[in-house]
Design a protein around this ligand. Structure first.
Ligand code: DAH
Length: 357
């Protein structure tokens, strides 16, 4: 009879040395298979002396169980190692940032509005909105543009058929009616910025029947023209990214502000091109101190409160900042144009971002 201890040591070493499931199976067959060495010994028990059979039989059973258990344990180890290797191999770094290839891009109008909002938000303004379809009172009368006022003709208004609650409805010709809506609803102090669509019956290279404006309104007890100037100078310089951009206030007239001023920025006109910055002038927005009549129309005590307001055309700002020559292209829905002038969807506008260095 073979030395069972030596056999156990040899088989255990073979089990431990089996590098993969296939090698381990070969070890199992060689030890415990039909013709395996342990099996052969068990078969040979019949020839063993009767008095030793019991002890040897017990020792063989124990050996068989031990080898079987060792093989099972080894099989599990190999399977674990196999899984670990696969996991390492197929590892995905979930911490990598997603880089979607955005199919769309941000339209320059949206981008410009977001930039304007970012700048005024930094100064403490909040965003207000109002309806595109307005009644005559909010769009004109409350803004001190009474019926028959020449400013009504200048606005080339789209009137809607019929009336609503007795009021003639229009597509708003400017974002100024949101000043009225805000002052009717909210007690001062207030500072709002109003981006939105506006409509006038006019269409050529520099006019579109639908266009965009941003309106601003500040009302408080001690607001004065110096605040208006400081606010708009800061805005122009931040928007165009030029710290020393010249800004000038030129007397003007709007029915809803008194006094009124148009704001010009420095520019350079040379060889048929226009550049921002320089000692020529370019009109960029309208502004003024809110006419006391407008405050009173909204139930605000004009003895106690005063404010300033301003309005600007978004298309014009975008054309100047991004060098877009023709206003009509904004609304052509031409994908090639949008890919060229559009902005990456994940680029958030900030106080300073926008212009390429
Ligand atoms: N509503 C004017 C327009 O459409 C722009 C404007 C000018 C708005 C002066 C204002 C302002 O609030 O004070 O042409």
């Amino acid at each position: 009879m073979e030395d069972l201890d030596a056999l156990r040591t040899e088989l255990m070493a073979a089990v431990a040395g089996a590098g993969d499931a296939q090698a381990l199976e070969a070890v199992r067959v060689a030890a415990l298979g039909r013709k395996g060495r342990v099996t052969a010994l068990m078969k040979g028990l019949g020839t063993v002396e009767a008095d030793q059979r019991k002890t040897i039989g017990a020792a063989l059973n124990q050996l068989k169980d031990a080898i079987g258990a060792a093989i099972e344990a080894r099989r599990e180890d190999l399977a674990d190692a196999d899984l670990d290797a696969r996991l390492a191999d197929e590892r995905v770094d979930v911490t990598l940032p997603a880089r979607p290839r955005a199919a769309g891009s941000i339209h320059p109008i949206s981008q410009t509005i977001d930039e304007v909002i970012a700048i005024f938000a930094e100064m403490g303004f909040s965003v207000a909105e109002g309806p595109d379809i307005e009644d005559d009172w909010h769009n004109f009368t409350a803004l001190n543009i009474p019926p028959e006022h020449p400013a009504r003709q200048e606005h080339d208004t789209f009137y809607l058929p019929g009336t609503k609650d007795g009021a003639r409805m229009v597509l708003r010709t400017h974002t100024s009616p949101v000043q009225i809506r805000t002052m009717m609803e909210t007690a001062p102090p207030l500072s709002i910025i109003v981006p939105g669509r506006t409509y006038r019956c006019d269409s050529d290279a520099t006019h579109s029947p639908m266009f965009h404006q941003v309106e601003g309104l500040v009302v408080d007890e001690s607001t004065h023209f110096g605040h208006l100037k400081g606010c708009l100078i800061d805005f122009c310089r931040a928007f165009f990214g030029i710290d020393d951009l010249p800004v000038r206030f030129r007397p003007s007239y709007f029915p809803f502000t008194e006094p009124s001023a148009e704001v010009d920025i420095g520019c350079t006109r040379a060889d048929g091109t226009l550049r921002i910055g320089g000692d020529d002038w370019l009109e960029i927005l309208g502004s003024g101190m809110v006419n006391p009549k407008v405050l009173e129309n909204c139930g605000i005590d004009a003895e106690r409160y005063q404010g300033f307001a301003f309005g600007m055309g978004v298309e014009r700002l975008a054309m100047l900042k991004y060098g877009i020559p023709d206003l009509r292209t904004f609304f052509d829905s031409d994908l090639r144009w949008l890919r060229h002038y559009g902005f990456a969807a994940l680029d958030l506008p900030t106080m300073t971002a926008g212009l390429d260095p």
